[in-house]
Design a protein around this ligand. Structure first.
Ligand code: CAA
Length: 382
């Protein structure tokens, strides 16, 4: 039977993240969205507060908290700015987790400590122009010559792509072995031949930076291989299981932010002689929005709790992401509707939340991929 613990520490994390989001993230959110400006100072402050390595043990520079704490902080921050949410999610789930789980002590000292303490930022490079959902089809190659690995290829859709310092990069080291020939490398941004491209001009999460990365004979020493050679694809998949809990929480934050905006607005806006919150047409919407949000939150807390208990959570993470991303789009759309014409202009923020919500159905595994993951887990259990 599933049971979870939600204690004082979790409430404290929620309050800290909420205060931080209100005081530091909210004031410039519209401007950053318009200009597609990376929130460099905000990210630095998140590092100081311990939000960038939340689940990393303190001995390696992290906050030593559980996954439930992480999803709470992710929700609070994404409620105000989903762009900041994804920066945080990628660093925590896709970068720090792999280094902590598979890194040697020397790799943890060199790479994990600065990433978990927020001195450096990380990125995760799996997707390629021809390897998105079908992630086993890696075209980036790594060849071993004279004691070094040389990586060449192209990575796509890389969150934190132009701003990161440390990159987790997957490459084919033995094509014959297909996905069992994929290896994971840790690459410093300043390595010659490693070239982040220009930032993508996106529909949403506009202040998070996304770009392609070209690799031309990038020389990487063998000590920068993460985990065993040939086990890279498994590391990517396991990282993404946790990543999906992070993105689900980002989606939940967007939905909660849009719902709160709609609720506030409905109490202020008058039509037919009274606040629109008194009209059943609006009440029906608010009731449905709040129910969907609560259901998403419970799915996320279940997945996070299983992860904290070191139990399998692949299906639950995929369910949480699939559902939370779906309701984020629905709730944000309804929030725009509740606002009427005002919902269509920037100042009221819900139009941004709608634009931001869409990506949660696409990255870290599309909704279609989540259904495949869920179905496979269901069939395995038979
Ligand atoms: N957890 C752990 N291991 C998994 C796994 C999971 N969820 N899914 C697959 N694996 C393992 C399998 O057990 C298998 O391992 P072995 O060979 O050692 O037994 C191996 O991976 C290959 O699995 P499959 O044979 O099932 O591979 P497939 O090609 O049929 O399907 C897939 C795999 C589920 C479709 C997978 O390719 C997938 O998840 N695709 C989506 C990729 C994705 O999420 N990309 C997002 C990129 S990151 C991002 O968005 C960027 C960002 O910055 C935010």
């Amino acid at each position: 039977m599933f049971s979870m613990e939600y204690g004082e520490i979790h409430e404290m994390i929620r309050q800290t993240a909420r205060d931080f989001a209100r005081e530091e993230v909210a004031p410039s959110v519209i401007e950053r969205d318009i200009n597609g400006e990376f929130p460099r100072e905000i990210v630095a402050k998140m590092g100081e507060l311990g939000f960038l390595g939340m689940m990393v043990p303190e001995e390696w520079g992290g906050s030593g908290l559980d996954c439930v704490s992480y999803v709470i902080a992710m929700e609070e921050i994404s409620k105000v700015d989903a762009s900041v949410g994804v920066i945080m999610s990628v660093n925590n789930s896709l970068v720090c987790w792999g280094l902590e789980t598979y890194g040697t002590d020397e790799q943890k000292e060199r790479f994990l400590r600065p990433l978990a303490s927020g001195q450096k930022l990380g990125a995760f490079c799996l997707s390629e122009p021809e390897a998105g959902s079908d992630a086993t089809q890696q075209h980036t190659t790594a060849e071993f010559r004279d004691g070094m690995w040389y990586l060449s290829g192209m990575k796509n859709w890389i969150t934190n792509g132009t701003s990161a310092d440390t990159y987790i990069v997957f490459a084919q080291t033995d094509r014959e072995k297909r996905h069992k020939g994929i290896t994971c490398f840790i690459i410093d941004r300043h390595t010659p031949g490693f070239e982040p491209g220009k930032k993508e001009d996106k529909l949403g999460i506009r202040s998070s930076d996304t770009c392609s990365i070209g690799l031309t004979n990038v020389a990487v020493p063998p000590e920068n291989i993460l985990g065993e050679a040939g086990r890279g694809f498994n590391i990517a998949m396991e990282s993404l299981n946790g990543g999906r809990i992070g993105i689900a929480s980002q989606a939940l934050g967007i939905a909660q932010g849009a719902y709160e905006a709609a609720l506030r607005y409905s109490k202020e806006r008058k039509a037919f002689g009274r606040p629109i919150a008194e009209l059943q047409a609006i009440q029906m919407k608010l009731a449905d929005m709040s129910m969907k949000i609560e259901a998403a939150r419970l799915l996320i807390l279940k997945a996070a709790t299983l992860k904290d208990k070191h139990e399998t959570f692949i299906k639950e993470a995929a369910q949480a992401k699939l559902f939370a991303s779906k309701i984020a789009v629905e709730v944000a759309l309804e929030a725009v509707q509740v606002h009427g014409g005002y919902g269509y202009v920037r100042e009221y923020q819900v139009e941004r939340m709608l634009r931001d919500a869409k990506i949660t159905e696409i990255y870290e595994g599309t909704s279609e991929i989540q259904r495949i993951v869920i179905a496979r887990e269901l069939l395995k259990a038979l």
